[in-house]
Design a protein around this ligand. Structure first.
Ligand code: NAD
Ligand code: ZN
Length: 345
């Protein structure tokens, strides 16, 4: 099969023939149809210090996908050939304290698809059945391809109750864009999006932001005054990984507020703890998605009218992977998809 592979330590990815992945009795073989490019894939492609520390080539990259079941292991009883599925990208150990309590998202030993095991930028991917999500009817294929990052957005946006609350989204990358629409769908009053990139601010408006802010041009206090807010943001969704943006958000939160932190900062971040203490804030780290409550909520919200389609801005054939990666890296993009269906079948 064809796959996009990190063949050796160093920058770049190679489209090449690879053996079909082996199957176990609890596994599902999936014919990949469409994939989404994540920041993680860009890190691996460019071979940054994180990738050099983490990735052991050769590795098939990618973890955001939708595809069709083509083979099931002998121990798999509730999926069938032809089912349209995506995969939860965190493969958990099943043996640690949290796994055994059913809190899989807290697994201490999870392995990332396309990071610690061969991934989905390929004609086929094999996953344990426990990681496979069978899509509900009427879920668009392009949206199904990005259930993994959509799940990051939903997990973060629903970490604190947003009904009737004023929400600040920091960073309008693909995940911040989707979280903006989710916060609106879930009943927030104001959803303010802070983002330095003008292309992405426009997308945030299309996703339902009340107000978009260029943090270099305008303060959050000024935006609050314009909206008639008096006490600060009740909920912050940190989706930039930018330390100064995080500090700025902290300083603009209401007493008793909650900050859900998804963005991964480049290193340590110093914050003013007295803000946290005297405002009695809750800071909640978010990693991945809840298995599978987040997946359930994603499906319910799509069926009840949530539209994340505008967050997808580019579509390429897998053969044009270099152009696809360049688009994802450019910043003049939301989510970038690659189509794998026009290869051998
Ligand atoms: P992205 O890098 O495309 O988006 C980040 C956005 O933040 C960019 O649009 C950037 O312009 C913006 N930004 C930069 N400085 C800012 C500032 N000062 N104020 C406001 N915005 C600023 O990433 P993404 O794919 O949307 O992911 C969002 C973040 O979540 C990234 O940090 C990513 O590494 C992280 N992530 C975490 C998990 C997890 O499980 N915790 C999973 C996926 C991604
Ligand atoms: Zn575990």
């Amino acid at each position: 099969m064809l796959a996009l592979v990190k063949t050796k330590a160093g920058p770049g990815l190679e489209l090449r023939e690879m053996p079909e992945p082996p199957m176990g009795i609890d596994d599902v073989r999936i014919r990949v149809r469409k994939t989404g490019i994540c920041g993680t894939d860009l890190h691996i492609e460019s071979w940054d210090p994180w990738a050099a520390r983490t990735i052991k080539p050769p590795l098939i990259v990618g973890h955001e996908f939708v595809g069709e079941v083509i083979e099931i292991g002998s121990n798999v009883h509730d999926l069938h050939v032809g089912d349209v599925v995506s995969g939860e990208g965190h493969v958990v150990c099943g043996r640690c304290r949290h796994c055994r309590a059913g809190r899989w998202h807290l697994c201490a030993n999870s392995i990332g698809l396309g990071v610690g095991r061969d991934g989905a930028f390929a004609e086929q991917v094999v996953l344990p059945v426990a990681n496979v999500w069978h899509h509900w009817p009427r879920i668009e294929e392009d949206v199904a391809a990005i259930f993994d990052p959509f799940g990051n957005a939903v997990h973060t946006a629903l970490a604190f109750p947003v009904l009737g609350e004023d929400v600040l989204v920091v960073g309008a990358g693909p995940i911040g864009l989707m979280a903006t629409a989710v916060a609106r769908h879930a009943g927030a009053r104001y959803v303010v999006v802070s983002e330095p990139n003008a292309f992405r601010r426009d997308l945030a408006t299309r996703m339902g932001a009340t107000t978009v802010v260029d943090p270099a041009a305008r303060t959050l206090a000024d935006v609050q005054a314009e909206l008639g807010m008096v006490e600060g943001f009740d909920v912050v969704l940190e989706m930039s990984g930018n330390p100064s943006a995080m500090k700025d958000a902290l300083a603009n939160m209401a007493h008793g507020g909650g900050m859900a932190i998804l963005g991964i900062p480049p290193g340590e971040v110093a914050i003013d703890m007295s803000q946290v203490i005297f405002k009695q804030l809750t800071l909640q780290g978010i990693y991945g998605r809840e298995m599978f409550e987040t997946w359930y909520k994603m499906s319910v919200m799509l069926q009840s009218g949530l539209d994340i389609g505008p967050a997808i801005t580019h579509r390429f054939s897998f053969r044009d992977h270099e152009a696809a990666f360049a688009a994802a890296r450019s910043g003049e993009s939301g989510k970038v998809l690659m189509n794998w269906t026009e290869s051998s079948d």
